[in-house]
Design a protein around this ligand. Structure first.
Ligand code: PEP
Length: 257
């Protein structure tokens, strides 16, 4: 089975109506349409999701949410459900981003419930895992990522509906990228854990790398065996940078058709 690359942009808490022009710029930099051979995704703040969905659709760019509540609806002031994301045009939802885990004290059990809400709503879920610097320095990175995976993966996860994003916390927004050997090793580990616990089918889930991916380092990362694309924060905000990262992925796909 050939895994399809996914290049996902996470705008985080950035983006006003004026930033919608980045989508027009991105679409034209991509030659009018996202490449047929890979998936391009933008996860804007919830306030822009419906508008961006309309902006993105003609160019074949997908949209997704950055988080969702674990319930489908109800008395949860200020929260957004997966059903609402779907209703606003989303195809994906990110769950368990390290900023959510840290800022909102989200643990694996909650991330799992959110991922299950995403699947119920018909979204594909991007489950984020990744160790802190202390955990890496202590030699615990592999164990931490394994327990995050086992605790956060939704019931019903498959290679079709579930994507893993490996994002070492210390590499997010810092300009520090994990070493290529470390990325390759962790992605192989993640795939092995998926296989041990979900069988051969789940082992084929896409595994993205995230953490200071830029136009200048993207190709070296995407070419690694078990890397199926990237989750891009800062560099997704500028159309030129994000388009260059999509181009880097396309080069890799074209070399391994
Ligand atoms: C992220 O937000 O998931 C991320 C990886 O951010 P950055 O690319 O800015 O490090």
């Amino acid at each position: 089975m050939t895994r399809r690359m996914l290049i996902a942009g996470n705008w985080k808490m950035n983006g006003l109506q004026g930033n919608r022009q980045e989508i027009d710029a991105l679409t034209s930099l991509l030659g009018g349409h996202a490449p047929d051979s890979l998936d391009v995704l933008i996860c804007p703040p919830a306030t822009l999701l419906a508008d961006l969905g309309r902006d993105c659709a003609p160019g074949g760019i997908k949209t997704g949410g950055q988080d969702c509540h674990f319930a489908d609806c109800g008395a949860h002031t200020g929260d957004v459900s997966a059903l609402m994301l779907k209703d606003a045009g989303a195809d994906y939802v990110i769950v368990g981003h390290s900023e959510r885990r840290a800022d909102h004290h989200e643990d694996n059990a909650l991330v799992k419930l959110k991922a299950e809400a995403g699947l119920r709503a018909g979204l594909d879920v991007i489950v984020c895992v990744g160790e802190t610097l202390i955990e890496r320095e202590d030699g615990r990175a592999a164990d931490v990522v394994k327990s995050q995976l086992l605790g956060s993966l939704p019931d019903g996860a498959s290679a079709q509906n579930c994507i893993i994003a490996y994002e070492p916390v210390w590499a997010i927004g810092t300009g520090k990228v994990a070493g290529l050997h470390d990325i390759a090793q962790m992605h192989a580990h993640i795939r092995a854990v998926l296989g041990e616990n979900g069988g051969a089918e789940l082992a084929q889930a896409r595994v993205l790398y995230g953490g200071s991916v830029k136009p200048g380092n993207a190709k070296d990362i995407f070419v690694l065996d078990d890397v199926d694309g990237g989750l891009i924060g800062g560099a997704s905000l500028k159309a030129a940078d994000f388009a260059a990262i999509v181009d880097a992925a396309l080069t890799v796909v074209n070399h391994n058709p």
